[in-house]
Design a binder for this molecule. Structure first.
Ligand SMILES: NC(=O)c1ccc[n+]([C@@H]2O[C@H](COP(=O)([O-])OP(=O)(O)OC[C@H]3O[C@@H](n4cnc5c(N)ncnc54)[C@H](O)[C@@H]3O)[C@@H](O)[C@H]2O)c1
Ligand SMILES: [Zn+2]
Ligand SMILES: [Zn+2]
Length: 384
């Protein structure tokens, strides 16, 4: 089969690889019909995720048609169209039993940091991902959801990750009716978090980024107020947020949907990103600094190593509640499918580019450099 393969920082190639096989009775092999590139893939692409091995196939947002079924699989048959959450979860361990499928104890047993995930380095189990013609899906009775017969795979593709991730971010923000929510990052995850904040009762939603074309999408697709932080000087965005939320000195809830590759930090510019091996926690800092006292901060952007200068003293003195997670995708699927059906959210509306799998290296270059107004790339390995 053809698959995207990692070659080293900022280099990926589409190459021939052996077809995946059924390795366990509960596996299926999926013929991939749609797969997206996530902001999380950029951390891999840039070589920031430990134990990302040469030859690994990325891709944790995918839909496809079941091609081969392991003898133990009960709920799927050859020919079923499914989407697959990015988490690989056993469904039965302590964590899975509590809906914490991102923390599964069995899918990544060598590591007590995080459960298994598709296409996300040996740190999350070394599973090959779906940016390929075929992918092996373990625990096939647990994660996948059948695509309703009347729906296109692009209608539900983003249920694999970014929509539940944004939704869980808003939920962890514990938004009370009418509260003000600021979302840092107008990437796919930030956009989904902003939309979810409305669905969960926010009275005002503000999205912060530096890319004007993405802020434009935030205004039109998510119907939010926007702030371009480059217009507010060095960390001036924090003061500006306090100024426009008079009476409370800051939004009630602040969501970091940027993660470790944030820009805008004075220190980062002074030292250079490579000096700060953990990346820059600028968005998380801004979230902690701008939120009102007693407010809620949510870190949904991805972070790795710990030395990233997060202002924990400020968080402590302001009495903040800080929550963070890799999304537990599975538990949100039925509820979010209803929102999509009812037209309250149209996740595919943020797709800016579609490419054949062969052109994946170009898709990565465009998405990574935010060229050509790129917000979300979908790869099409095989026709449905
Ligand atoms: N927790 C999870 O389960 C989960 C799931 C999916 C993605 N993620 C993470 O969420 C983050 C966002 O993903 P994405 O797909 O939207 O990525 P993306 O790279 O497309 O978007 C990030 C956006 O943040 C903006 N940005 C950079 N610095 C900023 C700053 N200081 N303030 C405000 N905005 C800033 C960028 O301009 C960009 O538009 C990534 O870290 C990704 O790994 C987490
Ligand atoms: Zn992702
Ligand atoms: Zn489990």
């Amino acid at each position: 089969m053809k698959a995207l393969t990692y070659r080293g920082p900022s280099t990926v190639k589409v190459a021939e690889k052996p077809d995946p096989r059924i390795e366990h009775p509960n596996d299926v092999v999926l013929r991939v019909t749609r797969t997206a590139i996530c902001g999380s893939d950029l951390h891999l692409y840039h070589g920031l995720v430990p134990d990302t091995r040469v030859g690994a196939t990325f891709g944790h947002e995918f839909a496809g048609v079941v091609e081969e079924v392991g003898p133990g699989v009960q709920s799927l048959a050859k020919g079923d169209r499914i989407i697959v959450p990015f988490n690989i979860s056993c469904g039965t361990c302590f964590f899975c039993a509590r809906g914490l499928t991102s923390c599964c104890d069995n899918s990544n047993p060598s590591n007590d940091l995080v459960g298994g995930a598709f296409g996300y380095s040996h740190t999350t189990g070394g599973y090959d991902g779906g940016q390929a013609e075929l992918v092996r899906v373990p625990y096939a009775d647990v994660g996948p959801m059948k695509i309703p017969a009347d729906m296109h795979e692009e209608d539900v593709l983003f249920l694999t990750d970014i929509l539940p991730t944004g939704y869980q971010a808003a939920e962890m923000g514990d938004i009370a009716e009418g509260e003000t929510v600021v979302v840092f990052g107008a990437g796919p995850v930030g956009l989904m978090a902003a939309k979810s904040a409305w669905l969960q009762g926010a009275g005002r939603v503000i999205v912060v980024d530096e890319l004007e074309y993405r802020l434009e999408l935030a205004r039109t697709w998510a119907k939010v107020e926007t702030i371009n932080f480059t217009e507010h000087g060095k960390a001036g965005v924090v003061q500006y947020l306090k100024d426009i939320t008079e009476g409370r000195r800051g939004p009630d809830v602040a969501i970091d949907a940027v993660g470790c590759e944030a820009s805008g930090s004075f220190l980062q510019r002074a030292l250079g990103m490579s000096m700060l091996q953990a990346g820059a926690a600028t968005a998380l800092m801004w979230a902690i600094q701008s939120v009102r006292r007693g407010g809620n901060v949510v870190a949904i952007g991805v972070y790795g190593p710990p030395w990233n200068l997060v202002p924990i003293g400020e968080a402590m003195n302001k009495g903040l509640t800080i929550r963070a997670a890799q999304c537990n995708v599975k538990r949100y699927l039925p509820h979010l499918l209803e929102h999509i059906r009812a037209g309250r959210v149209d996740p595919k509306g943020i797709i800016s580019h579609r490419f054949a799998l062969e052109d994946a290296p170009e898709a990565y270059r465009i998405f990574a450099s935010k060229r050509d107004n790129c917000t979300k790339c979908v790869l099409i390995p095989q026709a449905a």
